[in-house]
Write a protein that binds this ligand. Structure first.
Ligand SMILES: Cc1cc2nc3c(=O)[nH]c(=O)nc-3n(C[C@H](O)[C@H](O)[C@H](O)COP(=O)(O)OP(=O)(O)OC[C@H]3O[C@@H](n4cnc5c(N)ncnc54)[C@H](O)[C@@H]3O)c2cc1C
Length: 385
């Protein structure tokens, strides 16, 4: 079998891999991206037509500088492909003022002076009639936010990488890889490839591709559900922003109707629960959605967004790959100086794809990055033998 050689091989061309291929090829490296399905597929973590993008980050204010940078990158990617990838529909975080996530949102907007409005429960309903919030809820609304179109984002990044010479092999699964000081070898079902460095962006397959590291990752089944609202106007861009609602010990999120999505998604509002799914693996996950899966979201809708209590228009299983602290992994492989890891995106990574690609390209070309990546170090899990 012929062996082909590249500067860098990227395992997995989903959100992060497509971005890594784009950034590495922009820097003049010869890149091979290997993807077991086709980019934009619906088996991993990056499908479902919309993803929230926001800066008022409840998770940790340290993400905000990366968010500023990722917005700039998305605009560059958008202007090159000539398509709208990011829809600035706004975003509102809703919950009791003393909820840790709401406090986190307020900390991010204050520390980073992000433009926002704080609304009381009644004001939320007046401005965005779809919501019926609890009296104790407040809303923090930001206009510099909205949603991305993930399949189109990936396709744009892949095309831009290919335009600069990147080779993307699809329908090819990596079976093994090994690394020596100045060379990595990747074996797929079809052949063997070598390169000077390796980037692993395997999404929910990350625990399999990096199985030897025994990282404390938990792959979680998540169900995305779309509803046909009674009054579509109240659930459309301009009337409904993207949202996250913290209520009790649960969080629900939603994204307004995106008229540019394929049918039936172009007339349905996405409303789903964040976390709360069962543990699984990417190869064995139950892909069918049952009535039981939908029941919890339906209860939420009846209480807090009654106008969306219509037909279930569509549903799709998706996967989170969670780290214990829900911060990402972006680091050098602990045993191989020329292998770089990007995983554990814990259900909030998509918006960061361009900046993750930039960081990975910095790692590969310089061995370090000026971006703040302290939160993402692999050392926080302790020594990996
Ligand atoms: C329901 C849901 C809602 C979400 N909402 C948001 C949101 O609103 N905002 C946000 O920012 N993030 C959100 N996320 C998270 C975000 O989508 C993910 O963090 C992000 O898409 C992860 O990208 P990835 O490249 O790591 O994984 P993926 O895009 O899944 O890519 C990994 C790729 O690697 C390939 N691969 C794996 N193993 C191999 C192998 N051995 N050989 C070849 N190819 C391989 C896979 O086929 C796959 O294409 C959500 C996720 C889900 C599931």
């Amino acid at each position: 079998m012929a062996e082909e050689t590249f500067d860098t091989i990227v395992i997995g061309v989903g959100a992060m891999g497509a971005s890594a291929c784009r950034e590495l090829s922009l820097r003049g490296l010869s890149v091979l991206g290997i993807e077991q399905f086709a980019p934009g597929h619906d088996q991993g973590s990056s499908h479902g037509h919309t993803r929230v993008i926001r800066k008022a980050y409840f998770e940790d204010p340290r993400y905000v500088p990366l968010l500023h940078s990722t917005y700039d990158h998305w605009r560059t990617i958008e202007s090159e492909c000539g398509e709208t990838l990011m829809v600035m529909a706004g975003c509102i975080n809703i919950g009791p003022a003393d909820h840790p996530a709401i406090k986190g949102v307020l900390q991010s907007v204050t520390e980073h002076k992000l433009a926002h409005d704080v609304l009381r429960a009644g004001e939320i309903h007046e401005r965005f009639p779809a919501f019926c919030c609890d009296e104790c809820d407040i809303g923090i609304y930001e206009t510099d936010a909205g949603f991305l179109r993930p399949e189109r984002c990936i396709s744009a990044m892949v095309s831009q990488a290919q335009k600069r010479g990147a080779v993307i092999r699809t329908g090819e699964r990596v079976m093994h890889w090994r690394a020596a000081a100045d060379r990595v070898t990747v074996e797929t079902e079809r052949g063997e490839y070598t390169a000077r460095s390796l980037v692993i962006t395997a999404g929910p397959w990350f625990p399999i591709v990096c199985g030897d590291l025994g990282l404390p990752l938990r792959v979680e089944r998540q169900v995305q559900t779309w509803y046909t609202p009674q009054d579509a106007a109240n659930f459309s861009v301009g009337r409904l922003p993207s949202f996250i609602h913290f209520t009790g010990d649960r969080a629900y999120y939603g994204i307004p109707i995106d008229v540019a999505a394929p049918t039936p998604f172009d007339r349905a509002v996405k409303i789903a629960r964040h976390h709360g799914g069962e543990n699984t693996t990417a190869d064995t996950v139950k892909r069918e959605v049952t009535a039981e899966d939908e029941a919890d979201v339906r209860t939420y809708i009846r209480r807090c967004m009654p106008g969306a209590d219509g037909t279930l228009a569509a549903s799709k299983v998706c996967l989170y790959t969670n780290t214990p602290d829900e911060n990402f992994i972006l680091d050098r492989h602990p045993h191989h100086g020329n292998v770089w890891l990007a995983g554990g995106f814990s259900g909030h990574g998509f918006k960061f794809a361009p900046v993750v690609g930039e960081i990975l390209a910095d790692f590969v070309t310089k061995g370090h990055t000026a971006s703040p990546v302290g939160l993402f170090s692999i050392a926080r899990f302790g020594r990996r033998s």
